[in-house]
Structure formats: C-alpha cells, structure tokens
Design a protein around this ligand. Structure first.
Ligand code: TYD
Ligand code: MG
Length: 455
C-alpha cells in the first residue's frame, strides 16, 4: 500500500498508479513508475477559485480578434516552422534527444531575435552563465543584448521575469525546474507539469513568448516532454541521426501555423547553419547511381525535398534473415516486402534486407512507398534505375500504385535539380521535356526496372 498522499506516476506518460509495477499499464513503458507525493495546498480539497470570479462571459465567434503579432527572429528555417515567426505570448516546447542541439538552436534564436531588437532572456538550469556566454561567443553572439541567468526555481524565474519586459524567453530545460509547491523531486512528472503550467500562465498573462526545452528520454529517469504537450501552443522536435551533421526541426503541434513543416540545419563549429535547399544536400552527389538506389521526390510541409533511398538485398547467413531500416517505418517495410512477394513474385525469403534513407532524414509520407519499393526491386534484381529518375507513389496491399498529392511540386523540384524522368502513379501528367513513366500496379514497376526499358 502506498503511503498517504503518495502515488506512482509513470515518468513517460504521466499515468498515476496506486501500486508500483515494473511496467506502466497505460503506455507499456518499463521501469518508468516513480513514487511521487501528490501534495495539495493545505486546506484546499476543491479547486481554488480565482479571488475575483466574474462568472461565465460569452463572446461571439465573429468578433474580430487580430492575428497575434509575431517575433520574427530572422532565422528563417525556425520562423517558418513556427508559422511565420514566434507568436507573442505563446509557449513553444522544443523537444529532442540530449545532445541533438536544442540549446545551440535556441541560443541562436534569441541571439538573432535580439539583433532585430527583441528583448530576450536565456535562462539555463543546466549550464553556468559563463558556459552559455562562452558558447554564444563561439557562435558569433559575443556582443548580444540577450540577458543570461542560471536558475532552476520556478518562483524565482517568474519573479525575475516580472521585473523586466521581455519579448522572448528561453527556459533550458523544463526537467531541471522545481516548484516549492510540490514535494516530488525535480524532473518528476508532478514537478515538470507544475513548473510548465506556471510558466505558461506567465507567458499568457504578460504576452511573453516562451521557448521551453524538453529532453526526450527513453529510460524514464526524468519526465518526458509528452506529459506537458497539451499545455503548450506548439511542440517542435529537433531530430538528427548520430553521425550526420543534419538536424531537422519539425512541428508536431502548432496552434499558430501548419504542422509537418520542417526546418533543416547543419551542425558546424559555430552552431547550426540554415540549409535553404535541402534537396541538394540529401542527394548523393556526383557518381553513378548504383543498383539499390532510388531518389524519392518528397514533400515535407510546404517544401519539396529530394532524398535517396538505399536498399541492400543480400543472401542471409542466418536462419532468420535480417530486416533493418533507418529513416523509415519498420512496419511499412514489412508490408512492402509482403506485397512484393505476394503480388509481384520478388522473393525475399532467406535474404537480408537493409533499407536506409540517406542523410539522416526521417520520412513518414506514404508517397515514399514506391521509392522504397523501387530501391528494393533494383537491389533484388541488381539493375540500377536511370541516373536522372525520381520516384513517388503510394502502394496499397493489393499491389496498386495510388496517386499522391502535389505531383507537380515534386516534378518541378526534380526538374530544378537536373532530373528528367519520373516513375510515378499513372495519371501524372508529363510537363515539358520531363518524361513520366506511369504505373498503375507495382508489378509494372518491377517489369520496368527488371527490363530496364524506359521510353
Ligand atoms: P546542445 O545544444 O548542447 O544539445 P542539447 O541542448 O540538445 O542537449 O548541443 C550539443 C552538441 O552540439 C555537442 O555534442 C556539441 C555540438 N556543437 C557543435 O558541434 N557545434 C557548436 O557550435 C555547438 C555550440 C555545439
Ligand atoms: Mg542543452
């Protein structure tokens, strides 16, 4: 039996359990339950009412509220992902694995915003002020007007912020914060939620935009950003594969802009560099395109992006062949292999299959199916696709190739980068000198690639 007032809270999803268990029954995470004291303000069993309750007041939907003013930082990739700058008074959570570059990105954001006249603060609970200053100096913000502080107590942070007039404040990170209203330790679900709630309230009431850093954790030692996603206006995640310099900022939720928008950066010696034309970067430049490679003409958010899918199909040395995938969905690969086997007669039994998206980008568009399939077919049959060919299209379980949105955007980007041919769903129109090989079924793609006939 738990002590009075104690409960076991899952640090990954926030579910509350009365007993300890090895696995959270809500999200299935292992070893994520931690005992936390659920404290209430003394004497307050019912939710407290604000002292000046004015009752429920209705307004009409047609009232003309102007769009919130935006802080344009000038870091274009970041501004676009936010929906055209950071909305005043909004709270934005920036999540990502430790070491991916969240602190670097946000220091750059306030540095650039300050250059454009915004009053900015960077509050770190992880690094000393000297450390942050040294990093900013290396990144070219040595003379910046950004105010720095090292603090973890939410009450002190909010009191301090109230004394000044800031437009934009970075809190790095939410897992280091603690509020004296709760007994649970820093980094626990209770503390992280309470701290973020207080900061969001402050942001809304004062019109100060807040950028909150949240580490994504896999082991459940500290509360993940998931437990506060519902409280903030936007959730951005910074992603990157180990060993690649590229970092992708992606909007997973945005009350002030479109989701699925991406910003692309490259990590260098002096911070993150914006990548304005990602297609050129993700493509394997020069050289012959080998068997097993297919260039996918994708669209991420509002932007077309060309990336190379690389597949290797090789005889397996093990009883159970390996299926490994980087940058794409494992389940989707299994489905494609099954469709290729059942509908097209391309066998993968006894063969290892490796599929990789070049450059460290993660692709989730269904339109990538045909590109992944083309790479797999090309490797399985050991026939390379034409050098100047891009591929897109969705594949269904029946082996049909379905049309996808924004075909013209994809073709235009491909033409711009010197491609002259596409393997695409039937019905996609040819434009100018750009040749389109339309396929209605995956089997037709297998025949085309196998026979190497491209008219
Ligand atoms: P950081 O922003 O501290 O990551 P996070 O806040 O997400 O934990 O970035 C840490 C990594 O970035 C670290 O491995 C060093 C690297 N880095 C550079 O390569 N160049 C730079 O200019 C900076 C500031 C960091
Ligand atoms: Mg950091």
């Amino acid at each position: 039996m738990a002590r009075d007032g104690a409960a076991y809270v899952c640090q990954s999803c926030g579910a509350v359990h009365s007993k300890w268990a090895g696995q959270c029954s809500a999200c299935n995470a292992w070893n994520s339950l931690v005992e936390e004291i659920q404290s209430r303000p003394p004497g307050a069993l019912a939710p407290t009412r604000p002292t000046k309750a004015r009752g429920l007041v209705f307004e009409t939907l047609e009232s003309h509220t102007p769009a919130p003013p935006r802080i344009v930082t000038g870091l274009e990739e970041f501004d676009r992902v936010c929906g055209g700058g950071i909305a005043k008074g909004s709270a934005i959570l920036v999540g990502g694995d430790p070491g991916v570059g969240k602190s670097t990105l946000l220091l750059q954001v306030v540095g650039e915003a300050a250059r454009r006249g915004a009053a900015c603060a960077y509050i770190s609970g992880e690094e000393a002020v000297d450390q942050v200053r040294a990093r900013a100096g290396r990144m070219g913000f040595g003379e910046s007007s950004v105010k720095l502080a090292a603090e973890t107590a939410v009450r002190d942070i909010v009191d301090g912020l109230k004394r000044e007039r800031f437009d934009l404040v970075v809190i790095d990170s939410i897992q280091t914060l603690w509020s004296d209203m709760h007994e649970a330790g820093p980094g626990s679900v209770t503390q992280v939620r309470a701290a973020v709630a207080e900061l969001v309230r402050f942001a809304k009431s004062r019109g100060v935009a807040m950028l909150l850093v949240g580490h994504v954790t896999k082991d459940g030692q500290i509360a993940g950003p998931k437990v506060v996603e519902h409280m903030v206006d936007a959730v951005l995640s910074l992603e990157g594969e180990r060993g690649y310099p590229f970092r992708i900022l992606r909007a997973a939720k945005n009350r002030f802009g479109a989701v699925d928008e991406i910003g692309v950066f490259e990590m260098g010696d002096s911070g993150l560099r914006e990548v304005k034309n990602p297609s050129a970067l993700f493509l394997n430049e020069g050289g012959e395109r080998a068997a097993g490679a297919a260039v996918f003409a994708g669209v991420e958010g509002s932007r077309p992006v060309l990336v190379e899918f690389q597949a290797l199909v090789a005889p397996s040395a093990y009883g159970t062949p390996r299926r490994a995938v980087v940058g794409w969905d494992q389940g989707r690969l299994a489905m494609l292999l099954a469709v290729l086997e059942a509908r097209c007669g391309v066998g993968f039994a006894g063969r290892d299959v490796y599929l990789n998206v070049a450059g460290g980008l993660r692709i989730s568009e269904p339109a990538a199916d045909l590109a992944a399939a083309a790479a797999l077919i090309s490797s399985a049959l050991d026939v390379a696709l034409p050098q100047n060919c891009v591929v897109f299209g969705e594949v269904s379980l029946s082996g049909e190739v379905r049309s996808v949105s924004r075909a013209d955007t994809r073709l235009k980007e491909a033409a711009k980068l010197g491609f002259g041919r596409a393997l695409a769903p039937s019905g996609v129109a040819e434009t100018g000198a750009f040749r389109v090989t339309g396929v209605a079924r995956l089997m037709e793609a297998v025949q085309r690639i196998g026979e190497d006939t491209w008219t």
